[in-house]
Design a protein around this ligand. Structure first.
Ligand code: DAH
Length: 354
């Protein structure tokens, strides 16, 4: 006969569900101790059977109850351990998900375009790989013109079969060498060939100069070009637009100053500065003027060559162009233009996170 106390002790000390299962099989399984005892009942006399049967049933009930109790206890303990293990400490700091931001120059470009959009300008863009014709000849800078010296140029040797396309997709390979545009002014010619006045546009974009870089010179930078053409357009319209630009950038106190200067594509030409109220100083920003008749003529000649009607006789227009980095350098007191691209220092750029 088995020892009930020993069995109960074993059960209450079972360390795991597996151990408990083994005990259950050992006592109550098909070949278990209690089951075997039950099988002997048939050989007993009725009284003995009755008595032993009751005793065995009692044992069986006690074992069953003990097994169930131990099983519940083991499960409860496992749950507690799991809860402890997976406890969430809501006081810990979260993971950072760094978000990107626009480069300072992109921000300024956006700001400038918004100002001109409110004045009714459309935004257009043009190719960076450009033809000598649009970059120079078309804007009144023929090959012999000394002004070409001011814009040191990256000349390109395109691979066999490469074509530079004009405004309508036509090849312009025969009009000069390929180059990286030195300013955004070639888009004046491209746009005028393709459209008839009146119109107002601005052209943002990358330009390239073959220059030694230093604190204020980069081989690549951004410009914004403006062009307005129509009947009766005057220098007063130009001054009004640039004044509006100054107010957009520097608030109601923004003012502009024009000083006569020479650019081949304008006559008269001017350089303009903006008054920076906060610092009480002038920022020398860019060039502007009334579109030179030779530019209109180059456009009309090109149109005629394509079979289009001349469209720029009897109209006038103004244009401007300036560098975005220069505006950023002055406005934010940044000491070195190389911070923007060459070094591309995140610690620097993050200061201007928008
Ligand atoms: N294209 C000139 C440059 O890059 C800037 C400029 C001056 C543009 C006068 C203009 C202008 O449209 O009228 O230096």
């Amino acid at each position: 006969m088995m020892n009930l106390d020993h069995a109960l002790q074993e059960i209450s000390a079972a360390p795991s569900l597996e151990a408990l299962h083994t005990l259950k099989v050992q006592y109550l399984g098909k070949n278990g101790l209690v089951t075997q005892e039950m099988k002997t009942l048939g050989k007993l006399s009725p009284e003995e059977r009755k008595e032993k049967g009751r005793a065995l049933n009692e044992i069986k009930e006690k074992l069953t109850a003990a097994l169930a109790a131990r099983e519940a206890a083991i499960k409860e303990q496992a749950l507690q351990e799991q809860l402890e293990r997976e406890a969430l400490d809501v006081s810990l700091p979260g993971y950072a998900f760094p978000s990107g931001g626009l480069h300072l120059i992109s921000q300024i470009q956006k700001e400038l375009l918004d100002i001109f959009r409110t004045m009714g300008h459309s935004v257009v863009e043009g190719p960076e790989v450009e033809s000598e014709f649009f970059n120079f000849d078309g804007v009144n800078m023929p090959e012999w013109h000394p002004a070409r010296d001011m814009q040191d140029t990256f000349w390109l040797q395109p691979p066999e079969g490469f074509t530079i396309q004009g405004p309508f997709g036509e090849s312009v390979n025969d009009l000069g060498s390929a180059l990286l545009r030195t300013h955004t002014s070639p888009m004046q010619v491209r746009y005028m060939v393709q459209h008839t006045p009146p119109f107002k546009i601005v052209v943002p974009g990358r330009v390239f100069r073959y220059e030694q870089t230093d604190a204020s010179h980069e081989a690549m930078f951004f410009q914004l070009e403006g062009l307005v053409v129509g009947e009766g357009i005057t220098m007063a319209d130009l001054k009004g637009a640039i004044t509006e630009l100054a107010r957009g950038l520097f608030g109601a106190e923004g003012r502009v100053r024009f000083q006569p200067t020479f650019f081949p594509f304008v006559e008269p030409g001017a350089q303009f500065a903006m008054w920076w109220p906060e610092r009480q100083k002038w920022l020398e920003l860019g060039g502007a003027g009334m579109v030179h008749p030779n530019v209109f003529k180059a456009v009309d000649d090109y149109r005629e060559k394509l079979g289009l009607a001349r469209a720029y006789e009897g109209v006038s227009g103004w244009a401007f162009g300036f560098g975005l980095e220069r505006l950023a350098l002055l406005r934010y007191g940044i000491p070195d233009i190389r911070y923007f691209y060459q070094q591309n220092r995140l610690s620097f750029l993050r200061q201007f996170r928008n």
